[in-house]
Design a protein around this ligand. Structure first.
Ligand code: DX5
Ligand code: ZN
Length: 220
């Protein structure tokens, strides 16, 4: 069975103690740190941006920063997030024209930063087809992007399975991430469907013992 990687989403962390929160999940074995960037335009919420990524990078030089851009026309901000220290940038395929999405992916790749593409719940997997061969990660949203703490959309599992099959043909090394409503009950469902990277915000940061929740997410 594929090894599960965890990407705790700091959207649900206590922002007044962000460094300690990140240190906590890294000590508990988090493979990635998921950073949700929202512009109040692509999604109806505003979260954090470039300066926060920069501070996290400074404090955690070795952490893998999995940056999820829920912003319109993300190509405008690729250089800034790369300079700030993102390890990986995931763009939403709905956020711009195909030409500009290609440009955003190329810009990140040229700077040695990993690239991913994400689909909102209403967007079919086939939309990612033209880019599959070049991606490091595909992300299936299992809630409407914008907020933490929403209910897992079990009906996205067909899309996860379909995308994993598409990737096995086009790009077997590509990771498949799910984001939204992941907790110890839904994590095995997503993993069984074919996801290998699990984002979890409220499930991890909402509990005092992060190591215990993370073991439960891994099915241990
Ligand atoms: C939602 C974000 C998620 C969010 C997940 O738009 O992309 O990463 O933090 O939160 P939970 O795990 O609480 O559903
Ligand atoms: Zn996210």
């Amino acid at each position: 069975m594929t090894k599960i990687k965890l990407s705790p989403s700091i959207l649900s962390a206590d922002f007044t103690r962000l460094g300690a929160e990140i240190a906590d999940v890294l000590a508990a074995g988090a493979e990635y740190i998921h950073v949700d960037v929202m512009d109040g335009c692509f999604v109806p919420n505003i979260s954090i941006g470039v300066p926060v990524v920069q501070s996290i990078r400074k404090a955690f030089p070795d952490a893998f920063l999995d940056v999820h851009l829920m912003i319109r026309e993300p190509v405008r901000y690729v250089d800034a997030f790369c300079r700030a220290g993102a390890s990986h940038l995931t763009f939403h395929v709905e956020a711009d024209s195909p030409e500009n999405i290609t440009a955003a992916l190329e810009k990140a790749r040229r700077q040695g930063v990993g690239t991913g593409l994400s689909v909102k719940p209403a967007t079919p997997a086939r939309v990612l087809g033209p880019w599959l061969e070049q991606l490091d990660m595909a992300l299936v949203m299992t809630v409407e992007p914008g907020f933490g703490g929403q209910k897992f959309m079990q009906d996205m599992m067909g899309k996860v399975t379909q995308l994993r099959a598409m990737l096995d043909k086009a790009n077997p090394a590509c990771e498949l991430e799910v984001d939204g409503g992941i907790d110890p009950a839904t994590a095995p469902v997503a993993a069984a469907a074919g996801a290998n990277v699990l984002v979890a915000g409220s499930a991890v940061f909402g509990k005092p013992d992060r190591a215990a929740v993370m073991r439960a997410l891994r099915g241990e």
